[in-house]
Design a protein around this ligand. Structure first.
Ligand code: SAH
Length: 234
């Protein structure tokens, strides 16, 4: 039996998973009176599951995507819910030149940042904070999916500087949370499995935000299916 925490950014990404686990989306608990994160607790396949979602921005009434909320969710999972296995499930942009396809779900063998450029000796590697996740290959095989490299930054768009780093790391996927979550779980040496479903092709012809919304439902459905399969195999 494990204490599994599933860290997710957006409500819409989590919806299919909640449905499959027969969890009512209105029955979320809060992690703290001041914080927007929501948590759903259940048991599945003998594991204790906490699903932590970043919640809504109190100022802008949109979802709290990005690294800062993801870090809070992760530290809460570890300190308040004793998580000994962390899953970061979400959507990502994909690069077609590396084989990515809309709706395809991947595990992640390497996380790296592309927007923490600090050109001072020693700080460069701290900034990119490249981390390997050994369990990615094992679970990719068990789930019959592929594994790849994800590059994280706090923007949905891609500046030329971001692009250079993403390219130099041969990233297959681009998101806004993974490497930050990896930084936290690295401090505690907790095994972390990243499961990412592609909503948009970054090097394609459609604007990212249009493609993101057009494919969010499909990508989240596929993500939910693989998440259930994954938990059954832990
Ligand atoms: N416009 C959306 C915000 C989505 S932000 C809204 O208003 O609801 C994108 C979310 O999906 C982030 O959590 C990020 O991790 C992921 N994502 C999907 N495609 C991405 C891409 N091309 N680049 C970066 N993050 C992406």
């Amino acid at each position: 039996m494990k204490n599994i925490a599933v860290i997710m950014a957006m409500d819409s990404e989590a919806k299919p998973l909640l449905e499959k686990l027969k969890i009512n989306p209105d029955q979320a608990e809060k992690i703290d009176d001041h914080l927007p994160m929501k948590v759903y607790k259940t048991q599945y396949h003998q594991h204790n599951i906490s699903i932590i979602i970043s919640g809504e921005c109190k100022r802008n009434k949109v979802q709290n995507v990005g690294t800062a909320p993801a870090v809070i969710s992760t530290i809460t999972a570890i300190k308040d819910f004793n998580a000994d296995f962390i899953i970061n499930a979400g959507t990502a942009g994909g690069f077609k030149k590396r084989g990515a396809d809309i709706g395809k779900v991947y595990t992640v063998e390497t996380t790296v940042f592309h927007d923490r450029r600090i050109p001072i000796p020693g700080y460069q590697d701290y900034g990119t904070y490249k981390s390997q996740h050994d369990i990615a290959k094992k679970f990719a095989t068990l789930l019959d999916i592929e594994t790849g490299i994800i590059s994280t930054g706090d923007s949905l768009d891609m500046s030329p500087e971001d692009e250079k780093l993403i390219e130099s790391n041969l990233a297959l996927l681009k998101d806004m949370e993974a490497a930050a979550i990896a930084w936290v779980t690295d401090q505690y040496s907790i095994p972390t499995l990243f499961l990412k479903s592609v909503t948009d092709i970054v090097d394609g012809e459609h604007p990212t935000e249009e493609e993101f919304f057009a494919n969010l439902k499909l990508a989240s459905e596929n993500l939910g299916e693989k998440l259930i399969e994954l938990i059954e195999k832990i």
